[in-house]
Design a protein around this ligand. Structure first.
Ligand SMILES: [Mg+2]
Ligand SMILES: [Zn+2]
Length: 192
């Protein structure tokens, strides 16, 4: 397996509007820019890996099977537009499940994806709209980009108050991707 860098992508508020606890793909509104962002990142040799907390399962709002079906259609929407996702990793735990290692900012989903997909985490990026996304990026050794869609504006103030700065703050997913593509790449990770 060739080791490659990834761009980890939060789902709600980053790739699609944050509408609470969507139980069905029809309730998911993907930002039109998200397809182009993923297409460009893939073309540059990055794996595109969604890391998302779907506590609606743990809370009993919808089943793990319903979430799988939603994600199957979510992935198909990206694949149809030439922006195939390499994986969707989700924490399904709710507040009553106690601590887990897969809810961001815990790094569990990132380490699992790295093992299963062969990812170079130090050469990777995380894009998300919450403080937990930025902290997750740092926890896995990647560079974190905060987007101002979703809860991004609140997260920006929260992070500043805590003295934690993302590597970059972008208006949205496409600007985040453009910034990543402008960064210097470690040797051996050029465009493919
Ligand atoms: Mg989010
Ligand atoms: Zn979890």
């Amino acid at each position: 397996m060739t080791i490659r860098p990834a761009v980890f992508l939060d789902r709600d508020g980053t790739l699609n509007e944050d509408t609470g606890y969507p139980a069905d793909f029809r309730q998911v509104h993907i930002f039109p820019d998200a397809f182009e962002a993923v297409r460009r990142l893939k073309r540059a040799g990055f794996a595109a890996v969604v890391v998302t907390h779907q506590s609606g399962v743990g809370r009993g709002y919808f089943s793990a099977a319903a979430l799988d079906e939603l994600h199957r259609r979510f992935a198909a929407a990206f694949a149809r537009r030439g922006a195939a996702l390499d994986g969707i990793y989700a924490c399904l735990h709710g507040p009553d499940d106690g601590p887990c290692d897969c809810a961001k900012p815990q790094p569990g989903l990132g380490f699992r994806a790295a093992r299963e997909l062969g990812l170079d985490l130090r050469a990777s990026f995380m894009i998300g709209d919450k403080a937990a996304d930025v902290l997750f990026g740092r926890a896995i050794g990647a560079s974190a980009v905060l987007v101002l869609t979703g809860y991004g504006r609140g997260a920006s103030s929260e992070l500043a108050a805590r003295g934690v700065l993302p590597a970059h703050t972008a208006e949205g997913i496409l600007a985040a991707a453009a910034w990543i593509l402008g960064q210097e790449r470690p040797p051996g990770h050029g465009p493919v």
